[in-house]
Ligand binder design. Sequence first.
Ligand SMILES: [Fe+2]
Length: 173
Amino acid sequence: MYSDVSIAGDPLALPHLLPPVPQHPSTVAEFAGLARSIAADRARWAPLVRYDATTRWYARLQTGPGYEVWLLSWVPGQSSGLHDHGRSSGVLTVLQGELTERALSAGSGEVRRTLVPGGQRTFAPGYLHEVVNDSLEPAVSLHVYFPGLTEMTPYAACTAPSAHEPAQESVRG
Ligand SMILES: [Fe+2]
């Protein structure tokens, strides 16, 4: 059955009929898409990676209205420490190697996940986690924060969300 507004030929060949491609992401799906597109563009991020055994290395890869993209490296044993992300939401993607995430919430308690390239973790404000390189190889990760990360509260090591005690040091992860 034909609609009275059917289009002859290939609609994709008519760019003016397609929704405009946003210059900057503004939805969670678009931020996740941005992370996927950067992850797939190895030539863009691989030359920037540095491994630092004394401190976790990070670099701001991109900024836009209301968001930031960070590149982090992790040598074996390096950890973010337990932290939240202030009022930011985020997308976490492993680009190379393997990371272990320990997330804490009042509802689910402690959940551990192994993060590998190809997967994505999306989180909302208030998300509490620790990321560690428990493997024997260096790892690289990509972090999109929206809005940009202006505050991050580290927590003393604990196992129950109700027991969180903010610590004083600064971390990123
Ligand atoms: Fe984090």
